[in-house]
Ligand binder design. Structure first.
Ligand SMILES: [Zn+2]
Length: 731
C-alpha cells in the first residue's frame, strides 16, 4: 500500500470514462495483440461464471512454499505435502515459473533450473498435493528472463530511454520483460498450454504481473507508440491491455477444464495500478501481495485496509492476503522467520476484514527450511480457524458508513508540495479507528444508488478526481437523504485529472472556491470558534483550535461554525500572533438539508492530523464523522484501547471482530508482544425477525452471556489479547 511513485499531471482533452460492464470483450486487431482468444473459450468462461458456484469461492485457507532453484534437490516433497495438508489448506501454489522451469519444458527460452536434472519436480509436487486432496495452482513469473532470450527476442524486453534492455535491479543476469509485447501473448501462453497438457492443475497464476504500486515506464518499440507513461491516457491503454491478457490467460486455463481459471498477483491497497472495478468484473480470486510490514513507519492496519479494498470491488468473490512468514521490510531476510506476533496480527486482520489467510514461506532448504520456526504458528492458527469456519463465511458487511477510496486520485492527483497521498488515507483511517467507527470502502466507480443504499453517510478524504457523473450520483445520494463529509480538494478535478473552475460538488456542499491553495510558512492557520455545534463537543476554554497545513480558500457562508485565522510566522515568537484575528473565511461549512447532513473542510485536516498528531484535529474529525453518520450506528463497541472492528452477517448468524492495535508498534512494525485490553461492551442492532441463541468468543473458545432488547443485543467481551471474534449464532 506504500506509494512508490507518482504520475505527473496531464492536460489532455477530456475523454469519456471507460465503460465498465463490458462483458462481451471486443478485440481490436489494431492493438498489440498477437494471439486471438478462442471465442468458445470466452463464451464458456462467462457461462461457467453464471451457472455454477465456483470451487474457489469455498476456499478457506491457502499455502505456498515459494520454490527456489535449489528445491528440486533439497525440498522433501512428502513432508511438504504433509505440512500443507496438516494446515487444512484447500489449495497450494506450486511454481512452474517462466524465469526457471521446474519441469521438463520444451518451450524455448524457458530455462531449466540448474538442480532440476531429469526430474519432474513440479509433477512430483502436484501429485503429492493431489494425493492429499489439495487443489494445485500453477504459479508463473512473467516479469524476467535471461540474456539468451534478449538476444533471440529483443522485442520482448523493457528498454530504457537509451534503448538498452533493462536489467533486474538485484541480479543483472536477468532482464525485465514488457507487458505490451509478444512475450505476454506468445511465451507466457506457451508455458500455460504446456503445463495444462502435462498436469492435473486447477488454475493458473502469475506472480509479478500486473505491476504493484506504480505503472511501468518503458521505452521499447511497443511502448513508444503509447501515450506518455504516467498519464491517464497511458492508464487507459494499461487497463485495456491488462484486461485483455487476463481474459486471454483465463481462456487458456479453461481449455484444461471449465472450472479452472486464471488469477494474478494484485494488492497495493487503494493504490492498485489496474482499474479495480474493471478487474473486479473478471477477477475470481483477488490475491493480495500484501505480505507484511518492516521497520518503516507503516501503520499496523495495512492488511485490514487491503481487505476493505477487496470488499469494495469483489462482491463476495474470493480474496486472499498473502502473509509472509519470512522477514518482510528493509533489509529483508527471505528465508528466516519474523516476529510471531506480527505474523499473527496479519492473519487476524485477514480474517477480520473478510479475506482468506495464506501462509507463505520461501524455499525448502534441508527439507522444509533451515529455519523451522515458521511452521508451527501457522499450523496452530489455521487449525484454530478450521474449527470455526462457519463463522468466517461472510454474507455482507454491517457497516453503514462508507469511505470513498479514490483510486484515480491515488494514482494521478498531485498533492501540495511536501504532502504524500498516503497521508490523507492514513489520517482518515486513524480517525475512524480512534472513533471506533464501523465502515466500508466505496470505490468512486461504484456510487450508484444500489451501491450506496446501505450507507447513511459517505466520507470523501480529499477525493480530488471525480467525474461529472460521479458528482451527480453524490448529489442524488444527498437528495435521497444521504450525508457527506468531504475535505480539501475533493471534486476539484475531473476523472481525467483536469482542474475545474470550481468544485464539482460546490452546489451540493454549499461552497464556492475563492482562491488557490494556501500553504504555511511556519505557524499554520487557526480555526476560530464562532458558535457552538455538536462537532465542537469537548472543546471548552478556547476560542482557537488548529486549522490545517494547507487550505483552499472558499467564499464566506452564513453563520459559520469555524472561521479562518490566517497563518503567521512561528519564529520569532515576537511576531507569532495573528495579524488578522478575525475573518469571514469559513474553516468548515456545515449544512443540514432534511435528513442529509453535510460537512466540508477546506483544509487537508486528515492529513495534517496524521502529520502533526494533533489531538484537537482528531477530535474534530471524529465529532464530524459522528455527526454526519447520525444516531443509532448498527454496532457500538465501548471500552479502552485502539481497536479496528468489523461486523458481518455470516452463514451462522453474525460476527463482530475486534482487532487490538493498542501497542507501541502500532505505527512502526513489527509487533513484539500483545498488550491485552479490558472489557469491550458490544451493542448491536439486529435485522427484523432475527434472534440470537448463543454468543461464542472464538479466540477464547468460550460463551458469554448476552441480553436482548427490542431488536438489539448486548454482551461484553471480557478481554482481547490480539483479536477476538464474537460469533452470534442466529436462527
Ligand atoms: Zn515496453
Amino acid at each position: 500500500m506504500r506509494p512508490t511513485g507518482r504520475a505527473s499531471r496531464t492536460t489532455a482533452a477530456p475523454m469519456p470514462v471507460p465503460r465498465s460492464g463490458n462483458l462481451t470483450f471486443a478485440m481490436d486487431l489494431n492493438r498489440r495483440d498477437f494471439i486471438a482468444v478462442p471465442a468458445a473459450a470466452v463464451a464458456g468462461s462467462l457461462f461457467a461464471a453464471e451457472t455454477a458456484v465456483p470451487w474457489q469461492r469455498k476456499i478457506r485457507r491457502v499455502g505456498q512454499t515459494n520454490m527456489t532453484e535449489h528445491d528440486p534437490v533439497v525440498l522433501d516433497v512428502e513432508q511438504w505435502a504433509d505440512y500443507w495438508a496438516s494446515l487444512k489448506v484447500d489449495a497450494v501454489l506450486v511454481s512452474v515459473t517462466g524465469i526457471l522451469a521446474f519441469y521438463q519444458t520444451k518451450v524455448p527460452y524457458h530455462r531449466k533450473g540448474k538442480f532440476l536434472g531429469a526430474r519432474d519436480f513440479f509433477g512430483d509436487c502436484c501429485a503429492a498435493a493431489k494425493k492429499r486432496g489439495l487443489h494445485v495452482i500453477a504459479r508463473m513469473s512473467p516479469d524476467l528472463n535471461w540474456e539468451d532470450a534478449v538476444t533471440a527476442h529483443p522485442e520482448w524486453f523493457q528498454r530504457d530511454a537509451q534503448d538498452n534492455p533493462v536489467h533486474h535491479t538485484e541480479d543483472p543476469r536477468l532482464f525485465r520483460t514488457c507487458m505490451f509485447t509478444t512475450y505476454m501473448t506468445d511465451y507466457v501462453p506457451a508455458i500455460m498450454r504446456e503445463v495444462n497438457s502435462l498436469y492435473d492443475i486447477d488454475g493458473l497464476y502469475t506472480n509479478a504481473w500486473p505491476p504493484l504500486g506504480a505503472l511501468p515506464v518503458c521505452h521499447c518499440q511497443q511502448c513508444r507508440q503509447l501515450p506518455p507513461a504516467g498519464s491517464i491516457e497511458y492508464w487507459d491503454q494499461f487497463n485495456e491491455r491488462s484486461v485483455y491478457l487476463w481474459k486471454l490467460y483465463d481462456s487458456i486455463a479453461k481449455q484444461k477444464r471449465a472450472a479452472n481459471f486464471y488469477f494474478a498477483n494484485l494488492g497495493g491497497g487503494v493504490r492498485s495500478t489496474v482499474d479495480l472495478v474493471k478487474l473486479g468484473e473478471i477477477c475470481e480470486w483477488f490475491q493480495c501481495d500484501n505480505q507484511g510490514r518492516g521497520g518503516d513507519d507503516t501503520p499496523i492496519w495495512g492488511c485490514a485496509l487491503q481487505g476493505r479494498v477487496c470488499n469494495a470491488v469483489q462482491e463476495g468473490k474470493m480474496s486472499t492476503n498473502v502473509t509472509a512468514a519470512w522477514s518482510t521490510g528493509t533489509p529483508r531476510w527471505r528465508n528466516v522467520y519474523k516476529s510471531r506476533q506480527e505474523e499473527q496480527m496479519w492473519f487476524d486482520e485477514t480474517l477480520a476484514s473478510g479475506m482468506a489467510p495464506y501462509h507463505h514461506i520461501i524455499g525448502g532448504e534441508n527439507g522444509m527450511g533451515e529455519d523451522r520456526r515458521w511452521l508451527e504458528p501457522a499450523q496452530t492458527y489455521f487449525n484454530w480457524m478450521a474449527r470455526h469456519d462457519v463463522h468466517f463465511i461472510n454474507k455482507r458487511s454491517i457497516a453503514n458508513l462508507g469511505v470513498v477510496m479514490g483510486q484515480r486520485t491515488q494514482l494521478f492527483y498531485k498533492p501540495p508540495r511536501g504532502a504524500l497521498m498516503r497521508e490523507y488515507l492514513d489520517g482518515i483511517y486513524y480517525a475512524l479507528l480512534e472513533g471506533r467507527f464501523l465502515f466500508d470502502f466505496v470505490h468512486e466507480d461504484k456510487l450508484a444508488p444500489k451501491d450506496l443504499a446501505r450507507y447513511s453517510a459517505l466520507v470523501l478524504p480529499n477525493i480530488a478526481l471525480l467525474s461529472d457523473a460521479q458528482c451527480r450520483q453524490l448529489r442524488e445520494y444527498v437528495d435521497a437523504g444521504g450525508s457527506l463529509l468531504a475535505t480539501f480538494e475533493t471534486s476539484m478535478y475531473t476523472e481525467r485529472n483536469q482542474r475545474r473552475q470550481d468544485f464539482g460538488l460546490a452546489e451540493v456542499l454549499g461552497i464556492r472556491k475563492a482562491g488557490e491553495i494556501i500553504g504555511t510558512t511556519g505557524n499554520a492557520y487557526l480555526a476560530r470558534i464562532e458558535k457552538p455545534h455538536e462537532i465542537l463537543a469537548g472543546f471548552s476554554n478556547t476560542h482557537w483550535i488548529p486549522g490545517a497545513q494547507n487550505r483552499i480558500p472558499i467564499a464566506p457562508v452564513e453563520a459559520p461554525v469555524l472561521s479562518v485565522v490566517p497563518g503567521f510566522v512561528a519564529y520569532p515568537p515576537e511576531l507569532s500572533y495573528p495579524l488578522q484575528p478575525h475573518t469571514n473565511e469559513p474553516a468548515v461549512v456545515v449544512r443540514q438539508k432534511g435528513k442529509s447532513r453535510l460537512i466540508y473542510f477546506p483544509g487537508d485536516i486528515e492529513r495534517t492530523m496524521w502529520r502533526s498528531g494533533h489531538t484537537d484535529l482528531a477530535r474534530l474529525l471524529q465529532n464530524s464523522i459522528r455527526w454526519v453518520a447520525g444516531a443509532n450506528p448498527p454496532v457500538t463497541i465501548d471500552g479502552e484501547g485502539v481497536i479496528e472492528a468489523f461486523a458481518w452477517e455470516t452463514q451462522a448468524g453474525f460476527a463482530v471482530h475486534v482487532l487490538n492495535y493498542t501497542n507501541p508498534a502500532m505505527h512502526r512494525g513489527w509487533l513484539r508482544t500483545f498488550y491485552p485490553i479490558g472489557p469491550q461492551k458490544v451493542r448491536m442492532s439486529l435485522p427484523a425477525g432475527r434472534r440470537v441463541t448463543r454468543v461464542e468468543l472464538l479466540r477464547a473458545e468460550t460463551d458469554v452471556p448476552f441480553s436482548s432488547g427490542s431488536g438489539t443485543i448486548e454482551f461484553t467481551i471480557p478481554k482481547v489479547m490480539d483479536y477476538e471474534v464474537a460469533a452470534l449464532h442466529s436462527a
